[in-house]
Design a protein around this ligand. Structure first.
Ligand code: SME
Length: 182
């Protein structure tokens, strides 16, 4: 914020406050912040909350950001369980690995980008505003243990540079989780 003190011809003083015209952060800036956070935080869950908060607040098109982590359900089948997230509450707090875009990413171990969720039969709706989605698996020693899911209100919001950023986040989470998971 800065204040501009302007003198009018009538001698009136007008204080004009303007938000500085800061441009959107570059992905390198976001990566630097994430790396700093990663070094400053010890508990994996705290780091995951920080990642969610940073991506949700700084990336304009990232309208829902959250982790799902794999747990065993009572019947022994693995299930994705909602972890730290920011955005609208979702009805999908537990997702079997054979359902949804989330299930597709977890079961294949591959990043999934959907440019138009309404044209993807796998899509489990969270909000009618969501237009596109990216889901990136989180690995620990080569095994998928969870994923980072991001929804956007904009169609085709996730480009190659977004994929790289979200995969960068998933890799930092891996580094935090590896010492904790057998
Ligand atoms: N859309 C996801 C479900 C999770 S919500 O988007 C938060 C899916 O299709 O798996």
């Amino acid at each position: 914020m800065y204040a501009l003190l302007a003198e009018t011809g009538l001698g009136l003083q007008i204080k004009i406050y303007r938000r500085s015209m800061s441009s959107a952060p570059t992905l390198d800036e976001i990566k630097r912040e994430l790396t700093q956070l990663s070094g400053a935080v010890t508990a994996p869950i705290t780091f995951m909350k920080e990642v969610v908060g940073l991506l949700h607040s700084r990336m304009v098109k990232y309208n829902w950001v959250g982790f799902y982590m794999i747990e065993d359900s009572p019947n022994g089948e693995p299930v994705l369980v909602l972890g730290p997230f920011q955005g609208a509450m979702t009805p999908h707090t537990r997702i079997p690995l054979n359902q949804g875009i989330c299930g597709a990413a977890a079961s294949t171990g591959k990043t999934v980008i959907v440019d138009d969720v309404n044209n993807d039969p796998r899509y489990l709706a969270c909000s009618i505003e969501t237009k596109s989605e990216i889901v990136v698996p989180v690995f620990v020693r080569g095994r998928v243990v969870g994923e980072l899911d991001i929804d956007s209100h904009f169609p085709a919001a996730f480009k190659d540079e977004d994929r790289k950023l979200v995969e960068f986040c998933a890799n930092l989470v891996r580094i935090h989780l590896e010492p904790c998971k057998a």
